[in-house]
Design a protein around this ligand. Structure first.
Ligand SMILES: Cc1cc2nc3c(=O)[nH]c(=O)nc-3n(C[C@H](O)[C@H](O)[C@H](O)COP(=O)(O)O)c2cc1C
Length: 178
């Protein structure tokens, strides 16, 4: 099982559309996956008591157990917000770090996919995220996919870009066997 983590809680997010395309490509390759949507998490996770395991919101605990602790491989689909990855993703990583820290990311692997309206495809935000993931014990898959100019590549709520989908398919096959 691979967890695909959508790195924003924005409604009608294009990262969600790309995450569904990744899930479809994995299914075609015979690989099971599940999508974690940060927008489904309770807004109460942003609370002054979030830093102790006893006070962890039950839904955060359930998501941590299902999508993080019991999974060995992750795919992060992460939009560029103000030159980096969205703060809500860091909030989620911090929120799960207070309980069963070692079972979360230690010794596991993450494939990073960047999304942006602009020209860089969140290359710098993925560097920032890689630093955090490495800090909490995960290694990052050496290949990354940067998807710039996302607005022109999503049509009728579907990710449609032959070139990027070709590269993505190849990278996913290598990640599954990594
Ligand atoms: C708060 C915010 C900040 C943004 N900052 C950038 C940026 O620094 N560079 C860029 O290329 N696009 C930026 N964008 C545009 C996003 O990359 C674009 O909306 C993309 O679709 C985001 O993915 P999403 O649809 O999953 O939210 C920003 C968008 C938001 C909402």
């Amino acid at each position: 099982m691979i967890s695909i983590i959508v790195g924003t809680n924005r409604k009608e997010s294009k990262s969600t559309i790309v995450a569904h395309k990744i899930s479809e490509l994995l299914r075609s390759a015979g690989q099971k996956s599940q999508i974690l949507e940060l927008k489904d998490l309770p807004s109460e996770m942003l609370h002054e008591s979030m830093y102790t395991s006893d006070n962890q919101h039950t839904i955060i605990s359930q998501y941590q157990d299902k999508y993080i602790a019991t999974v060995q491989k992750f795919i992060f689909v992460v939009p560029e917000y103000n030159g980096s990855f969205p703060g809500v993703l860091k909030l989620f990583i911090d929120a799960v770090s207070v309980r069963h820290y070692k079972t979360n990311f230690s010794g596991k692997t993450a494939f990073l996919v960047g999304i942006a309206s602009g020209r860089l495809g969140n290359a710098i935000g993925l560097d920032h995220l890689a630093y955090v993931l490495n800090y909490v014990g995960a290694s990052t898959f050496p290949q990354r996919l940067y998807i710039p100019a996302i607005d022109a590549k999503v049509k009728d709520t579907e990710f449609q870009h032959e070139g990027d989908i070709g590269v993505l398919t190849q990278m996913l096959n290598e990640f599954v066997n990594y």
